[in-house]
Design a binder for this molecule. Structure first.
Ligand SMILES: Cc1cc2nc3c(=O)[nH]c(=O)nc-3n(C[C@H](O)[C@H](O)[C@H](O)COP(=O)(O)OP(=O)(O)OC[C@H]3O[C@@H](n4cnc5c(N)ncnc54)[C@H](O)[C@@H]3O)c2cc1C
Length: 386
């Protein structure tokens, strides 16, 4: 079967699912996306898009949509929590890694992705409950009692992936015992204070906070933290759970005055339990394959969860474009063989939270990666990296 005749159902219209819809359509696959949410909501959070993901977004027409509205930080700036001393600074001009480094509202990224995927292939209010593989078809069963069929299924359904539970077996993600507070708000509330032109991470002994603007006009800023949370607190409704801004300010009361000023100005915040998983033993089963947080959820400390989901989408499309006949499982294994060493490495560094804490370790392997042009792992023999 050539990609032009292949029909693929994507479960989840998040960052990875929407990117995969765009990359697969580019190789001629017939795509449908099934999303459990009844509508796309404008969740109050920022997202950093690093050059490695921007290269993928460029080829599907998303870079041009976000380039002029997003904030382009001068550098990754890492500072000590109390003195403000610079631990490491990495200027990020576009010329360094071949694509810009942008910070934006998460919803602006999602809207730009939605603009390159035809609305009529996205089916909302479709919560996947079950999958059945028979012969050359996979049947998807949804909570509303409806069913759909496709030649293959991509599980892009996030950290609590049902597709992962079905093909690998159920288990819970690892709870890090930490909370990410986050808020996006008007920089007018800072009373003239400027947070600077970099994305700044303030490193404390057992907690940190990352602060940046999310739009080109710098009228909006965002922060995201990592703070120990004694009681285990997990939510499946993570993006909408409210945090207590007074507790948050208390958690950072000894930090540098610039950090305290940002938290004082912040009117309201949300919280998110920080979750991750160990690398999975495999990413596919027959005609079903995983992508993004469904197969390699990571802590947000390197800002690479969305970026690696975006990279996955490009590599998966390349592997499917080269597949001979109907050998979908060969394409899926090749995709996994190529991707897993990289995502496992990122998961491990992100988990340790050491990225750019100081020193001068190489960053080009991460930001210089170009998913469209990197040589793929040869089809034969496979070296399965588990
Ligand atoms: C606080 C925080 C900050 C972050 N900052 C960054 C950053 O700066 N840069 C970066 O690259 N990454 C960042 N990340 C990581 C990034 O958000 C995730 O890695 C990324 O969203 C993963 O994309 P995904 O498509 O795999 O999953 P998601 O974006 O979670 O999408 C999954 C989709 O599947 C849907 N779904 C779930 N179950 C079902 C079902 N049964 N049926 C149908 N649909 C279903 C969900 O509703 C959702 O729309 C951050 C994460 C956190 C928590």
């Amino acid at each position: 079967m050539t990609p032009e005749k292949l029909s693929i159902a994507i479960v989840g219209a998040g960052i990875g699912g929407m990117t995969a819809a765009a990359t697969l359509r580019q190789i001629g696959v017939s795509v449908r996306v099934y999303e459990q949410a009844p509508r796309f909501a404008r969740i109050g959070a920022g997202i950093q898009m690093m050059p490695n993901s921007m290269k993928v977004l460029r080829r599907i027409g998303v870079e041009e949509k976000v380039l002029h509205t997003s904030f382009q930080p001068y550098s990754h700036l890492n500072r000590e929590w109390d003195t403000g001393k610079i631990m490491r600074e990495l200027p990020m001009p576009e010329s360094l890694f071949g694509a810009p480094y942008l910070c934006m509202h998460r919803a602006d990224l999602h809207e730009a992705l939605a603009a390159v995927v035809p609305r009529d292939i996205i089916h909302l209010d479709k919560q996947l409950l079950g999958l059945e593989q028979k012969g050359r078809q996979v049947t998807l069963a949804f909570a509303d009692g409806t069913r759909a069929q496709a030649d293959a299924v991509i599980g892009a359904d996030g950290v609590h992936s049902v597709v992962r539970d079905i093909i690998i077996g159920p288990d819970e993600p690892i709870h890090k015992g930490r909370i990410a507070y986050r808020a996006i708000f008007s920089s007018g509330l800072l009373n003239g204070m400027d947070i600077g032109l970099s994305r700044t991470k303030w490193w404390g002994p057992d907690r940190h906070i990352v602060i940046y603007y999310t739009n080109a006009t710098r009228t909006e800023l965002y922060f995201v933290t990592s703070v120990p949370e004694p009681a285990e607190w997990v939510t499946r409704e993570s993006w909408s759970a409210k945090g207590d801004v007074k507790e948050l300010r208390k958690a950072y009361e000894d930090f540098h005055p610039d950090v305290r000023a940002v938290l004082e100005a912040c009117p309201d915040c949300h919280k998110w339990a920080i979750l991750e998983r160990e690398p999975l033993p495999r990413w596919s089963e027959g005609r079903v394959v995983l992508l993004g947080d469904a197969c390699h959820p990571m802590t947000p400390y390197m800002a690479q969860g969305g970026a690696t989901a975006i990279e996955d989408a490009a590599i998966l499309a390349r592997c499917l474009a080269e597949v001979e006949g109907e050998d979908l499982s060969a394409a899926f294994e090749r995709y996994e063989a190529h991707r897993k060493p990289r995502t496992s490495r990122i998961q491990a560094i992100s988990s340790a939270n050491t990225w750019m804490k100081g020193g001068s370790e190489d960053t080009s392997w991460l930001y210089g990666y170009d998913a469209w042009n990197v040589p793929l792992t040869p089809l034969e023999p496979y070296v399965k990296s588990v």
